[in-house]
Design a protein around this ligand. Sequence first.
Ligand SMILES: *[C@@H]1O[C@H](CO)[C@@H](O)[C@H](O)[C@H]1NC(C)=O
Ligand SMILES: *[C@@H]1O[C@H](CO)[C@@H](O)[C@H](O)[C@H]1NC(C)=O
Ligand SMILES: *[C@@H]1O[C@H](CO)[C@@H](O)[C@H](O)[C@H]1NC(C)=O
Length: 371
Amino acid sequence: MAKIQRCNYVMYLLVLILLMMNIFFFIKELESKSKCSEQEKKKLSWSQRAAEEAEAVASISCSGHGKAYLDGLVVGGIPTCECYTCYAGPDCSLLIPNCSANAFDSTTQWGPKRLGYSWDPLFYEPFWMENAESSAVVIAGWHRMAYSFPDPTSHLSQELEKTIRKLHSVANNAITDGRYIAIGKINKESVSSKLKQMEWAVVKDVNVYNRTKEYIHQADMEMSKDTLLGALTILGVVTEGDGKKFFNFAHEILRDRWEKISHIFSFSKRFSIQHIPTQYCTFLNRAREPSPAFTWVKCKREEDKNCTHVFLEEANIRGHPGSGFFADHTYVRLGLVTRQHDFDMLISRLEQFISQEEENGYCISPSINNQ
Ligand SMILES: *[C@@H]1O[C@H](CO)[C@@H](O)[C@H](O)[C@H]1NC(C)=O
Ligand SMILES: *[C@@H]1O[C@H](CO)[C@@H](O)[C@H](O)[C@H]1NC(C)=O
Ligand SMILES: *[C@@H]1O[C@H](CO)[C@@H](O)[C@H](O)[C@H]1NC(C)=O
């Protein structure tokens, strides 16, 4: 009898424990639910609409042959598609027949103010799309309306200065300790539109630094505060970790493109391209295969006096005249930093063109798609 009673007692105890556990978890759940609704209330306020708009535009597909941008032409309340080379129509679904492949890729500007060249490094697009979250920037309308930063002698934020110093230490290409950073805009190649037309100098001497700042100011080469904010975000992504992710991305793509291009031209008797040896790279700490941004094509036949013309008329490829870069007309420059779409088209046209050359033994692969 005593045994049964003890058994009952143990059972009551167990039931009681279970009941208490239930109550405990029930309360916990209620707590977490109320926390959730608190967070819900804390949802973004003024930046929400902008974020929604940005994502809505980014989700417009343009048939995979174009892109829509927030500042694109708006028709019927929706930004229209900007089509890639050889595509047209409101959703970029129309293929333009016989249009030229784009290997031109650059807006070269030689002039008294902007000495240098620029190119659109559209091959980086997939990188920034992969890193969309970390590279997006929100700029408030009241962002740094004052001319100067808290330190009036500086023309960039301390965080941006830190990031630039980190970039140099990651790339191991300049000593920045005890030196000054001067920043301005210049028309040159860049890794992202947020860095476009931006350049900085690491300056040792304070007088030179002061004069550089003064020059940048006088020459109207100062960066806007919005651009500087964007640059901070972009350089943050570039220098993430050991900084190799970004540089490896570029190297892998350009190495692959160079391999494809040099393979095709290796069959040609009519054209030659520059020879680039494999070099040791101190940044990647290994031998680095060539990954140039351009192919320099030389027309070897005497009658091919205008190489740009040969490529345009016979191959339907638009390149940059060599004469724009102090070479002569027997050279044409084909850009390799173009959007993947343009590069694929270039390869397809080149395969056709080079395979037409008599007896060079080059056969195009059956899978090519001649657009
Ligand atoms: C396209 O090019 C081919 C060969 O160059 C030519 O025969 C044809 O007429 C062209 N078509 C158009 C629509 O221009
Ligand atoms: C550099 O310029 C700052 C003001 O912008 C001034 O305070 C400083 O004395 C200057 N330094 C030299 C060495 O001229
Ligand atoms: C070479 O050909 C290109 C393309 O047809 C043309 O734009 C350029 O003016 C030509 N250059 C010369 C020097 O004839």
